[in-house]
Design a protein around this ligand. Structure first.
Ligand code: ADE
Length: 226
């Protein structure tokens, strides 16, 4: 899967994809991440990409021309399934959205700054608007990195069988059961007996029960019928 991320702060995205699973996915050829500097598409000498808002008000607005030039260049080179704008007023990211996006071939992601981007970019080019939660960050780069991470780990072949994304919290609509590793006892705190029993069916039943209990306690909203 290919990601093209358009940003005014490309160096902010130097590191998030260069470690662990996200780096391995690229090494295996399962994902490709391209970061584009919006300023390279600025049309004026100062290389500015924002301007004052029509109608007045505080903050600057990112202009349509640089985004349009970058998006149109990318689209002339290949087809894209989606152009996603990371914004706090988008649809809140969840596992179902990540699952859906992990089946795509190529997506463009736009990172906003300042007050946001000219509405016409959203109307003309953007096919999906995604928020990572009800809080405002200073730009869309970290949200974009989070979205890429949520998607890439779902691409077939990225995770090994043992760490399969199918066993993640949320994949079955429930939170994960508690997990433990050695030692079996630490300062009197013991691992639940059942996990040491070697009885697979009973362990699975215990885990199912714990998942349900944890979800009921922490996220009862997940158990409500749609
Ligand atoms: N840009 C700024 N805040 C954001 C958020 N919460 N989600 C996505 N993009 C954003």
């Amino acid at each position: 899967m290919r990601f093209d991320i358009i940003t005014v702060l490309p160096s902010l995205l130097d590191s998030p994809f260069a470690h662990s699973i996200l780096q391995r996915a690229q090494n295996k050829g399962l994902s490709e991440i391209h970061v584009h500097n919006l300023r390279d598409y600025a049309t004026n000498k100062q290389k500015s990409v924002d301007d004052y808002p029509y109608g007045g008000g505080s903050g600057m607005v990112m202009q349509i021309e640089p985004f349009a030039a970058c998006i149109e260049k990318l689209k002339s080179e290949r087809d894209y399934d989606d152009v996603i704008y990371m914004t706090p007023d988008g649809v809140t990211l969840n596992q179902a959205i990540a699952n859906d996006l992990s089946t795509k071939g190529s997506i463009i992601m736009l990172c906003g700054h300042y007050k946001g981007i000219d509405q016409r970019i959203r109307d003309i080019f953007v096919t999906r608007e995604i928020s990572i939660g009800d809080y405002v960050l200073s730009g869309g780069e970290l949200p974009a990195a989070i979205l890429v991470d949520a998607i890439v780990r779902l691409i077939p072949g990225v995770l090994s069988d043992e760490t399969s994304a199918l066993s993640d919290s949320f994949q079955d609509g429930l939170l994960d059961a508690p997990i433990y590793t050695r030692p079996a006892e630490w300062r009197g705190h013991k691992v639940p007996e059942i996990l040491l029993s070697g009885h697979e069916a009973k362990i699975n039943a215990w885990r199912d029960e714990q998942q349900l209990q944890r979800t009921q306690d922490r996220r009862p909203d997940l158990l409500q019928d749609e």
